[in-house]
Design a protein around this ligand. Structure first.
Ligand SMILES: *Cc1c(COP(=O)(O)O)cnc(C)c1O
Length: 407
């Protein structure tokens, strides 16, 4: 068997379809984000990053860096093991208390990433609640899908944000079967927002647990950064709120916030929590500083909203097609994998602008896009440069202008 030949053939097929992924090699500079140095074939160049999920620039915030330095100096590098075996540090306890408070819940539990928190929590709940059925929104993130799959529980997929479908599916299930309705608040690729109140209403009527992924909303929405559920006054109606510390909070890690019993259950039974080394104390300390800062400060959130509105207005002026939504995510639609990659390459090579193309399987074929995430650390001059570059590439690639992609 020539294993490499089999693997290479699969990769060649990806390439032929324009879906092969390449990563830009960027060197970030403290205090200079969104500016970075790009390394390519021994050559370096300056770039401006427009596709980061460090949505508010907290990965550079002086409070976050100071907290990480201090924890490194007081507590050293690693946690020293799993939480079970010598890895349960003071910083973890402080951060969990802060996160429980942020979401108005009795308890919170940290994981090494948001991916692991979804996978471990859904996997554990669905597997161990006898006869559990998971009702999963069609656009849920891979980490939720994998968790549900691994649980081997029965799964029902409801059409994205479709309340009639969710209701019909709930009604078709036995009254006494445990049910989990799993969904996101802000969907990361289209930037649209779930009708959380309606979903809670249906779930309550049918006796289902609600599981909400607020990964693209924590830090960004609500007066304290508690997410869309906080902004809409609905946190108390959600049973499990899941978030990441790696996006708007600028560091790394994931968590759930829920009742004491539910958190203790996951802590006690989830393989993905029990059998892996805990986050380094410095990471927990940095995340704690970011959460605390964004609880008190709305300056970053407000400026981000301004930049998002400014970008949308400039795109409209140029007739550049972008999906309309209520969030901070601006998907500029290309609709072709090859062209999407080509434009992304030219933006990088000719304009020093980094926007990773979003192709299949992250989004359906035919909806390839540039996903732009304006932040408070982008200036208006940055916006002008970006939109100017996009306008000239749109002409060069003979792509349609509005109203084409107002889907
Ligand atoms: C990124 C993402 C996650 C995973 O979070 P990480 O902390 O990056 O592992 C979970 N859910 C959604 C919707 C995401 O986009």
């Amino acid at each position: 068997m020539n294993y490499d030949a089999i693997l290479t053939e699969a990769l060649d097929q990806l390439r032929d379809e324009g879906d092969y992924r390449t990563f830009a090699e960027l060197e970030r500079h403290r205090g200079a984000f969104p500016r970075a140095t790009r390394h390519s074939g021994g050559v370096t160049g300056d770039v401006t990053v427009w596709c980061s999920n460090d949505y508010l620039g907290m990965g550079q915030h002086p409070d976050v860096l100071a907290a990480m330095h201090a924890a490194l100096d007081t507590s050293g590098a690693g946690a020293g093991g799993t939480r079970n075996i010598s890895g349960n540090t003071h910083q973890h306890a402080l951060l969990e208390a802060e996160l429980a408070d942020l979401h108005g819940k009795e308890a919170a539990l940290l994981f090494t990433s948001g991916y692991v928190s979804n996978w471990a929590t859904l996997g554990t709940l669905a597997a161990r609640l006898p006869g559990c059925v998971v009702l999963s929104d069609a656009k849920n993130h891979a980490s939720m899908i994998e968790g549900i799959r691994q649980s081997r529980a029965q799964k029902r997929i409801w059409s994205h944000n479709d309340m009639a479908d969710l209701e019909a599916q709930l009604a078709s299930l036995p009254k006494d079967a445990p049910k989990i309705v799993a969904f996101e608040s802000v969907y990361s690729m289209d930037g649209d927002i779930a009708p959380i109140a309606d979903i809670c209403e249906l779930a309550q009527r049918h006796g289902a647990l609600t599981y909400l992924d607020e990964v693209h909303a924590v830090g960004l929405y609500g007066p304290h950064g508690g997410g869309i559920a906080e902004a809409q006054g609905l946190m108390h109606r959600i049973d499990v709120i899941e978030g990441t510390l790696g996006k708007a909070y600028g560091v790394m890690g994931g968590y759930i916030a829920a009742s004491t019993a539910l958190v203790d259950f996951v802590r006690s039974f989830a393989s993905g929590f029990i059998f892996t080394t805990a986050l380094p104390p410095a990471v927990a300390a940095g995340a704690l500083a970011a959460v605390r800062h964004l609880k008190r400060s709305s300056v970053e959130r407000d400026l981000q909203k301004t930049r998002v509105a400014q970008l949308r207005a400039r795109l409209d002026d140029m007739g550049l097609p972008h999906l309309v939504n209520e969030s901070h995510i601006v998907p500029v639609m290309v609709g072709d994998a090859m062209k999407c990659r080509f434009i992304s390459n030219l933006l990088l090579d000719e304009f020093g602008i980094y926007i990773q193309p979003i192709n299949y399987p992250t989004v359906p074929k035919g909806t390839e896009r540039l996903r732009i995430t304006p932040s408070p650390v982008h200036s208006e001059a940055d916006l002008d440069r970006l939109v100017g570059a996009l306008g000239s590439l749109w002409s060069r690639c003979q792509l349609a202008r509005r109203p084409m992609a107002a889907q």
